[in-house]
Design a protein around this ligand. Structure first.
Ligand code: DC
Length: 238
């Protein structure tokens, strides 16, 4: 094999931004269109929080949380329709993992530098050919700083709360829009002001305000960069 080619790392597209901005939808659409695997890094923080709460650990117990993160028995199982079931200790986490209470706990777990360090290699292990779509808060800044394409989505707080509200209602969950606006605000402030890997665009990220954009607009914005940077990855017949 030619040196350098066999050793080359798979390409990565990172998608970062605050909660409810539409990262998950964009990442899913890109993964489907390109046939690339997807890393839902938020799910790893949610799973760590869920496992810790089930063990009765305090979310302030950094060393206890590190042990949970390091031993996390997590699995992502793709169904034939493209949906992904997330398992903890072999059991489907279902709506519990998606609830805003779990997200808030994940955000608290995520402030601890040693917890983030314990999850770092696990996230990098998702990188494989033909390429990876990585969804999170620090994908472009910390986990994959060498990613070829870094996208960062923003939207107004009201719009993001409305999007998250619609998403949770579609999953049949009972949510209150006013509470959600406050919860999202608290979570984003915590995520953006923590000392390690705060939510922020990488210096070389392409940033878009999606407040007035449809999901199709956002996909088209992102896909134009994909076509430019990874022409070989795009099947023109699709
Ligand atoms: O993407 P999400 O809503 O599932 O993330 C839940 C929380 O996990 C988020 O509020 C902060 C944390 N998180 C993080 O700190 N870094 C990531 N790369 C992804 C999520």
């Amino acid at each position: 094999m030619v040196a350098g080619v066999s050793d080359a790392l798979a390409p990565v597209i990172t998608v970062d931004g605050p909660s409810g901005v539409g990262k998950g939808t964009l990442c899913q659409a890109l993964a489907t269109r390109l046939g690339w695997p997807l890393l839902d890094s938020g799910a790893l923080y949610r799973l760590t929080a869920l496992a810790a709460l089930r063990q009765g650990l305090s979310l302030k117990d950094e060393s206890g949380l590190v042990a949970v993160a390091a031993q996390l028995d997590a699995a992502f199982v793709s169904g034939p329709d493209g949906t992904i079931r997330i398992l903890l200790n072999g059991l489907d986490t279902g709506p519990e993992l998606r609830a805003e209470t779990c997200a808030a706990a994940a955000s608290q777990v995520a402030i601890w530098p040693a917890v983030r360090a314990a999850l770092l290699q696990r996230q990098r292990n998702f990188r494989r050919f033909p390429g990876l779509i990585a969804d999170g808060r620090d994908m472009g800044t910390v986990v994959f700083p060498d990613a070829q394409l870094k996208l960062f989505l923003t939207a107004s707080g009201e719009e993001r709360a409305q999007r998250r509200y619609n998403q949770l209602r579609e999953k049949g969950m009972d949510v209150n829009l006013k509470n959600l606006v406050e919860e999202i605000n608290v979570r984003d402030t915590r995520d953006a002001t923590r000392t390690v890997a705060p939510l922020e665009p990488a210096a070389d990220a392409r940033v878009v305000d999606t407040t007035l954009l449809s999901m199709v607009d956002v996909f088209n914005w992102a896909f134009a960069f994909v076509v430019e940077l990874f022409p070989g990855a795009v099947n023109p017949s699709q």
